[in-house]
Design a protein around this ligand. Structure first.
Ligand code: 9YT
Length: 138
């Protein structure tokens, strides 16, 4: 008898660019390729995000936790609770473990970030006026 195994998920970013898996901010500040989303039932979503050079985005993920790892480019994050800015460059990770309000700034070059959101995004979300995404229950 042949055993049937459920297949793992494998995706290539090159197939996502300019597809429904790519979301571009209306103000052009960022673009996000959503590699894993809620429909994959993994509990988190995984995004490959480009923050455009010289942009400034105020964010407050009040319904999500987020971890972000920089793999190229540069920028900074300002923690609005303290007013302290932290430089972001390849190898730097930040985690918004307190749903922290922040400002994300693109630096001299476009910044490429690997982002994990918990709970998972559906995949088509853009920020609301507070810089939030809706909760998964809404
Ligand atoms: C790092 C960050 O929050 N960028 C804005 C876009 C967001 N990460 C997303 O939806 O991928």
């Amino acid at each position: 008898m042949t055993e049937v195994w459920a297949s793992l998920i494998i995706r290539n970013i090159n197939d996502m660019i300019s597809s429904s898996s790519e979301v571009v901010a209306p103000n052009g500040n960022w673009q996000s390729r959503r590699l894993i989303t809620a429909s994959d039932h993994m509990g988190f979503s995984l995004h490959d995000t480009i923050i455009k050079s010289g942009t400034e985005t105020k964010l407050w993920y009040k319904n999500h936790l987020e971890a972000v790892y920089c793999i190229s480019g540069d920028g900074s994050i300002e923690d609005l609770a303290t007013g302290i800015s932290h430089q972001i460059e390849p190898g730097v990770m930040y985690a918004l473990d307190q749903n922290d309000k922040h400002i994300l700034r693109g630096g001299s070059k476009d910044m490429r970030l690997v982002c994990v959101f918990y709970p998972a995004l559906r995949g088509d979300e853009i920020h609301d006026k507070n810089g939030s995404y809706p909760s998964s229950n809404s």
